[in-house]
Design a protein around this ligand. Sequence first.
Ligand SMILES: [Zn+2]
Length: 64
Amino acid sequence: MLKSKDLLSKPFAEVFYTEEIRFIMPPYAQLARSEACVTCGEMTMSTKMVETDDGKRVCIPCSA
Ligand SMILES: [Zn+2]
């Protein structure tokens, strides 16, 4: 039976198996530019803006 002392005396590579892995960084979320809401002037991420029926780009609170 293998005692813990024996295990610790073994070289690391004999006890553990290590492998180098390729790590791919996930791409950052696309940063959208900010635009001022035509109604309240609040800077809002352009992807979060809502286009009104008359073509004005407004923030979500103003679109409601
Ligand atoms: Zn607004």
